[in-house]
Design a protein around this ligand. Structure first.
Ligand code: SF4
Length: 475
């Protein structure tokens, strides 16, 4: 558990020598508690105090990194139970299975299907991030071969909806260290140390650091040995929280520090209950044997069932979710769920305030404005695209708030719009001097005309009506 400033102060020399740059030891302790100073800045702190402070400073949930060098995935290191308390940090990794019973064209098609599960949503690229090769054959050879092929071919394709546009949204989970790279990570799903060792030998030059799943009470020693030799993080799999805590301690004692926890049994209701208990024990009680990220397997059932179960487990509290389905209509809601849960609730998702050209607009094309709240912008953008009328959209900086919220908070007024028009140099883009404004802020048209000397046209209240408006009113 994190120490308070006073608790830290008790461990300091209390000489007030100022060598740390602070006037007193107490001031330094307060800075340390807020993580604004480093312990090394005090040259006089004793070895014993250093150890106590370091142990207290360790995060309650360990960070685990796996995947390829060009697309490393980070899971764990969460600090809160609920996102509104602060935010969730490392987005859930979504993985899809590939059975080692597949071969030839079937295997190629399955890898291709997984590679294609990439999308663009509100300007952000999202997608499946890992392939979980399952050792259904029970033999090391086919497992090693399929792992080798997956390692070679696992490469996401450009997203549905295209990746041609630059990602413009800020504060999206993909902005973190887990941003999508050029290849998918591998999860080796086998309880056979021989199969794990054979696969790791085959892929050691191509797959970076795969995640090895899993060690159980029966194979823990051998699996830990394989994981340690190959520098892989290891999944600990058990049927209860108590067994999981024992197993993680055993694996740690065998020399593997990077552990991922898997509760292997129970209904969805039981899993959610137990995952919540584990989160409480790791974050609130700082119970170190459970202070690791988690993985859930959602295998079997229709794509719709997998989608519902996976979304529940993403919310509470799976760091990695492995599913079987490759149906885009089931995968996209899971990714959307991750995206929503892992955005910072204190920071609205924003687009860059500037002028966006939709199609190939010219000097007679319509010009309209909206705000830089991502959802507002992309709704307007897609409605303008649907109209097939090439247009300019001027995005006004309203600190990521929607039109009505910005207007009521005085972040959207004649001055902010006039400033945005000047900054975007819209006068050089169109010659008609007409500006279409959202119907919800029709009330600002008079003042806006005075501030800009442009003719203000009041557009529809709902952007869904823009195609009709652009075809019938704008001519
Ligand atoms: S350097 Fe250490 S002993 Fe000196 S004032 Fe800072 S905290 Fe206190």
């Amino acid at each position: 558990m994190a120490l308070t400033g006073l608790e830290i102060f008790k461990l300091l020399p209390k000489t007030n020598c100022k060598k740390c740059g602070m006037p007193t030891c107490l001031a330094f302790a307060m800075q340390l508690a807020q993580k604004r100073a480093k312990l090394e800045d005090c040259p006089h702190v004793s070895q014993e105090s250093k150890q106590k402070l370091a142990a207290a400073a360790a995060p309650p949930m360990r960070k685990v990194v796996f995947g390829r060098k060009d697309a490393q995935l980070t899971v764990g290191q969460e600090t809160v139970m609920f996102r509104h308390e602060e935010k969730f940090y490392n987005p859930t990794v979504l993985a899809v299975t590939i059975s080692d019973k597949l071969s030839g064209n079937d295997l190629n098609s399955r890898i291709k299907a997984v590679n294609s599960l990439q999308f663009e949503r509100v300007g952000t690229k999202i997608g499946v991030r890992a392939i979980a090769v399952t050792n259904d054959s029970g033999s090391p050879e086919p497992f090693a071969q399929v792992c080798a092929q997956a390692a070679k071919q696992a490469c996401p394709e450009p997203g549905r909806g295209g990746w041609s546009r630059e990602r413009r949204a800020n504060n999206s989970p993909a902005d973190s260290s887990t941003s999508l790279g050029t290849s998918l990570a591998l999860i080796l799903v086998t309880e056979s140390p021989q199969a794990a060792a054979a696969a790791l030998k085959q892929i050691k030059d191509t797959a970076g650091t795969p995640l090895l799943a899993a060690a159980t009470a029966k194979n823990a020693e051998e699996m830990a040995k394989v994981a340690k030799e190959n520098g892989c993080p290891l999944v600990a799999k058990a049927e209860s929280i108590e067994a999981l805590a024992d197993l993680s301690e055993k694996i740690k004692a065998a020399g593997v520090e990077d552990i991922v926890l898997n509760l292997s049994t129970g209904s969805l209701k039981e899993k959610l209950y137990n995952m919540t208990r584990m989160r409480v024990l790791s974050l609130k009680k700082v119970f170190r044997p459970l202070g690791y990220p988690t993985v859930s397997f959602v295998l079997g059932g229709s794509p719709e069932q997998q989608m519902a179960e996976a979304c529940s487990l993403i919310c509470k509290y799976s760091s990695i979710v492995v599913v079987e389905t490759v149906e885009p209509y089931a995968i996209l809601p899971m990714l959307t769920c991750v995206m929503n849960i892992f955005t910072d609730p204190q920071k609205p998702v924003q687009v860059e305030p500037k002028v966006y050209a939709i199609g190939e607009p010219g000097e007679n094309s319509p010009l309209m404005f909206t705000t830089n709240f991502s959802l507002t912008y992309y709704t307007v953008e897609s409605d303008v695209e649907a109209s097939r009328v090439p247009s300019y959209i001027l995005v006004v900086d309203t600190e990521g708030t929607s039109v009505l919220t910005a207007y009521s908070g005085d972040k959207l007024n004649e001055k902010t719009v006039a400033d945005a028009m000047a900054k975007g140099n819209v006068a050089s883009l169109v010659k008609h001097r007409k500006l279409i404004i959202p119907g919800y802020v029709a009330v600002m048209s008079g003042k806006l005309e005075e501030a800009t000397n442009w003719e203000v046209m009041v557009g529809p209240r709902e952007s869904a009506m823009l195609p009709k408006y652009l075809k019938e009113v704008w001519k």
